[in-house]
Design a binder for this molecule. Structure first.
Ligand code: IPD
Ligand code: CA
Ligand code: CA
Length: 259
C-alpha cells in the first residue's frame, strides 16, 4: 500500500477508535498495574484491540507493541511495527478530564514513518508522515522557534514511579523561572503535540514508555521541533526514557540550564 493511502487509513482508523470513548460518561471499574496509581479501564483494552484488528488488516505483516494486555513485551523490529497507546491519559479519562490521546505510530527499519495522535474530546487530530510534514486537522504545522520565556513549559512527573519525583520537582523548580508558566495536561503524547502546534515551548518528563512518545515524536520533528533524551541524546525508540521535547531554542535553553 502506498504511504499516502496508509496515512489516510491510519488517520481514519484512529478517528474511529476515538468514537469508542468520546461519548463515554464513566470509565467504569479500574484495575491497577505495575507502579503506583497506574490504572487500566476496559476502554484501554477495547481501544487497543480495535486498533490491532483494524491495523493488521492494513499491514498484515506488522508487529504490534502496545501498552496493554501483553503487547508491552513486543519488540520494535526492522519491519513494520505499530506502536500503540490506546488511551494516553487514562487518569484523565477516569476523572472525566477531557484530555486524552489515542496514539498510533508506525516504525519501519526502526525509525518512525507515520505518527497519529487524536484527542476525541476536542476532535483534534495531529498526524505526520516522515518527509511529508505534520498536520493538525489537516492544517500544516510549522513551528515558531519560540524561547522558553515566551511560552509555557509542559511537564510530567513520572506518576507511576514516585521515587523519581523529588528529582523532577527540583528540576522543574529551576525551569519555572525560565518560562512564562508550567502546565501538566496529563497526556505525554498530547503535550509533545502541543509543542508541535505552538501551544507550549517545551515538554519534559523523567520517564516515558515508547508508546507515550513514538507517534508524537514524528509529529514534533516534522513540524520543526526537537525531541531527545534528557541530556540531548538520541532516543532511538528506547523502551523507557527521560524525554525532552521543544522548539529548537527552548530545547537548547533547557539543556544549557542544566550545565
Ligand atoms: C501517562 C501519561 C502521563 C505521563 C505518564 C504516562 P497513560 O500515560 O502520558 O502524562 O506522565 O508517564 O505513563 O498511563 O495515561 O497511558
Ligand atoms: Ca501513555
Ligand atoms: Ca495508556
Amino acid at each position: 500500500m502506498e504511504k499516502e493511502v496508509l496515512f489516510e487509513r491510519m488517520c481514519r482508523t484512529v478517528r474511529e477508535a476515538g468514537d469508542l470513548i468520546r461519548t463515554c460518561t464513566s470509565a467504569g471499574a479500574c484495575r491497577t498495574k505495575e507502579g503506583t496509581a497506574n490504572f487500566v479501564t476496559k476502554y484501554d483494552s477495547m481501544v487497543q484491540e480495535f486498533l490491532i484488528q483494524r491495523l493488521s488488516a492494513l499491514v498484515p505483516k506488522a508487529v504490534f507493541v502496545g501498552e496493554e494486555d501483553g503487547y508491552s513485551e513486543g519488540k520494535i523490529g526492522k519491519g513494520d511495527t505499530f506502536i500503540i497507546d490506546p488511551i494516553d491519559g487514562t487518569t484523565n479519562f477516569i476523572c472525566g478530564f477531557p484530555v486524552c490521546g489515542i496514539s498510533v505510530g508506525l516504525s519501519r527499519q526502526g525509525r518512525m514513518e507515520i505518527g497519529v495522535v487524536y484527542n476525541p474530546f476536542r476532535e483534534e487530530m495531529f498526524a505526520a508522515g516522515r518527509g511529508t510534514g505534520a498536520f493538525l486537522n489537516g492544517r500544516k504545522l510549522v513551528l515558531r522557534d519560540c524561547a522558553l520565556g515566551e511560552s509555557v513549559l509542559c511537564m510530567d512527573t513520572a506518576p507511576y514511579t514516585p521515587e523519581l519525583r523529588d528529582g523532577i520537582f527540583e528540576e522543574l523548580r529551576r525551569l519555572s523561572y525560565l518560562c512564562m508558566d508550567m502546565r501538566s495536561i496529563g497526556s505525554a503524547a498530547l503535550s509533545i503535540c502541543y509543542v508541535a502546534c505552538g501551544r507550549a515551548a517545551a515538554y519534559i518528563s523523567p520517564k516515558l514508555c515508547v508508546w507515550d512518545y513514538a507517534a508524537a515524536s514524528l509529529i514534533l520533528t516534522e513540524a520543526g521541533g526537537v525531541i531527545t533524551g534528557k541530556n540531548g541524546e538520541e532516543l532511538n525508540l528506547a523502551t523507557r526514557a527521560a524525554v525532552l521535547a521543544g522548539s529548537p531554542k527552548a530545547h537548547a535553553e533547557i539543556l544549557e540550564s542544566g550545565t
